[in-house]
Design a protein around this ligand. Sequence first.
Ligand code: 1CP
Length: 346
Amino acid sequence: MTRQNFNNTFLQACRGESTPYVPVWYMRQAGRYQPEYREIRKRYSFFEMSENPEVCAEVTRLPVEQLGVDAAILFADIMTPLKPIGVRVDIQSGVGPVISNPIQNFADVERLGSLTPEQDVPFILETIRLLTTEQLNVPLIGFAGAPFTLASYMIEGGPSKNYHKTKGLMYAQPKVWQALMDKLGDLTIAYLIAQAKAGAHAVQIFDSWVGTLNAADYRTYVAPVMHRIFSKIKESVDVPVIYFGIGAGHLLQEWNQLPCDVIGLDWRTSIHQARKLGITKALQGNLDPSLLLAPWDIIEERAREILDQGLETPGYIFNLGHGTFPELEVETLQRLTRFIHQYTQK
Ligand code: 1CP
């Protein structure tokens, strides 16, 4: 792919620059709402799929070709780098990640290994190389789960509604918590720097569940490790870093002080509200994914409202407020992508 054909709008927006139109991609844009994905998924388990670079690259490319989005996101899971450090994790259909050796004490944290990406996740780096050297004409986003969100699965043993065990360990055994944050911090740094060096053009850190903490606890128990992660990445590689969480509107001012480039909003906080709170970084978001089940005129009206707010300040990327889900129609996302491009074209 020659540089002339390369679509740079997403990276320009990440850097806070104005763009010829608003770039768009969708969280979980590769997934079970796509018939082609369902076909491929029948033949492999989730990890078989994501550990096979050819298949993984194909699944990553699919939404770019099908929807016309302005960025690709590596097909993997936030659990992928945990397997090599000794976390016994399985992705169960209809449940999500399930872990059979949850963390309970200091010895459990001590037993975790460290991640050497070239040795432990070569398939991830190979997928990135395949995609970025020949297959894609849009930027590739690498990603990782943030320490709090990874820890929540590692401590609960799977998805949770209230995070009692996670927060219980954090409050009751702060030294164990700190040791776990340190290890997961090191892992995230090594993993994302390796992805950027392999060719990923930007990275997103998913802190999906950190909104369960109040701002004071976030500052005490999580902000230091996030500060270290963002600083190390920025020191080592020149890629924009996006930070995303769900139900984290009350943490945005904390986030604005961290050395990341873009903040991903869920649907609860509007772009106007974020700007009123003093958020100065580039923003990404935030159509409620459930709205995609509504009739088109309602989708269009809501997308227009979001775009009008996003267009007020350079550095805006359209996305959903959280991931796609199996009941969506491919056509809806195709139409939405076309609408965003047409409506915002200068
Ligand atoms: O086909 C299947 O059944 C697997 C479903 C699936 C998929 C497509 C899982 C299991 N993970 C993924 C891929 C995935 N996961 C991507 C790929 C790239 C893309 O966006 O296209 C990404 C970025 C993730 C990240 C991820 N996994 C997060 C962070 C973002 C978010 O959604 O909040 C989280 C929390 C997970 C855990 C996870 N993995 C899978 C599921 C169903 C879940 C959520 C379970 C839960 O509610 O805790």
